[in-house]
Design a protein around this ligand. Sequence first.
Ligand code: DC
Length: 233
Amino acid sequence: MPNTDKKIIIAIDGFSSCGKSTFAKAIAARLGYIFIDTGAMYRAVTLYAAEHGAIRSGMVDEEKVVELLDQISIDFRFNPSRGASDIYVDGTLVEGKIRTIEISNCVSAVSSIAEVRSKLVAMQQAMGRSKGVVMDGRDIGTVVFPDAELKIFMTADPKVRAERRYQELQAKGDKVSFDEVYDNVVKRDRADMSRAISPLRQADDAIVLDNSHMSVDEQMAWFMDRFAEALNK
Ligand code: DC
């Protein structure tokens, strides 16, 4: 029997549109842990930059983004109907606005700015201080919590990932083509892996989960075995 009094940090990293957030949210609900979607934080900064003149015609003005950083206030508030926290910028709920294709197209550029990363990483480390968190992102196991007790690196076939994101956007009424979504997935993989600071990479001690052909239930069963092993270490 795993020792359930012991709280740990669970770091989930991987490619975009792998279902990391869905998986992390389900795990957090199952364990009674706090779920933190760090991608939402990078998206929130991107949205703020776009709404304050630091992104024009898809071009990110890095200096201006850095100037804006001091004035952005980001917080998470638990939403019982979603069973997860919603993200707020300056007290305004922005969940619906941060997942559009326009924000997805600029978020890699914004997240490659050193000052953006250091501000958000410090916030993430503070949120995980008491443990009992499931955090998903790109650099959680490598930079934010290199000592996390359980690290999972998620991956899936790019076509499968694009199809999932396409279905999500269609369901929300976003008029976008499959090719556009696929193109965004492939470009973000490349940008996330090749940026100079904290590139996406698998931590040496991370366990790989390829969920191209796995159901949510199969992923959960796989996870619970890994969790028991991590608690007993
Ligand atoms: O998980 P997501 O697709 O919502 O993340 C949006 C972008 O934010 C992604 O393209 C890379 C960036 N990101 C990051 O650089 N580091 C993180 N910890 C999380 C996301």
